[in-house]
Design a binder for this molecule. Sequence first.
Ligand code: SAH
Length: 219
Amino acid sequence: MRKYEDLYRHKGLRNQLINVLREKGITDEDVLDAINTIPRHYFLDSAFDQIAYEDRAFPIGEGQTISQPYTVAYQTQLLQIKKLDKVLEIGTGSCYQATVLAHLNARVYTIERQKKLYEQNKNYIFKNKYPNLKFFYGDGFEGLPTYGPFDKVIITAAAPFIPPKLIAQMKVGGMMVIPVDEANGGQRMLRITKTGENSCVEESFELFSFVPMLQGKNG
Ligand code: SAH
């Protein structure tokens, strides 16, 4: 069960988390403000209430996890979100990352392949606050061709390779932030900028650890 009560204590813990994220090198004030505003504990089972603001990933069911706040901040900062950017997210999971993007006034299209996790968001707590967030059940490798092209694409699971269909669904000038499997373990965070219809520039960042991006739908 999730519990929707944002107490003074939670707000204090969020403030401390912001300090941790600053110490780890996050500098984008809009991203920090989103994380400071959104009650992360709303996206977790109430059993995690006491620890929801630790900089850790937690289980959300179906063998999946809510990303670590540092990872959410890092990916969001790399995406350089602008108001009304059309953003495709692969891996809705708890919907915490998608909510951060929605708070930054992006138009968010998020896809989840696990039916149970997708259905959990039918009761999304911030439905009225963020009408700019839309949920889809499907395979992220396919993207959402009828809704594209997108300004930004974010993948929140460990990708075995850069999905070509997602590159095709990006606008020229658009960016993708994606953790790609490394030969000796973990994932390298990459930012791909589409510089022309058939050209991209790739930048390489830190190593992270994600649950796998899997082919097809489940359930
Ligand atoms: N952004 C999420 C992170 C969840 S973990 C959050 O903030 O909580 C990654 C999620 O990606 C999992 O829920 C997993 O089921 C989903 N996933 C993995 N492969 C996928 C695919 N091919 N298409 C869509 N979702 C996928």
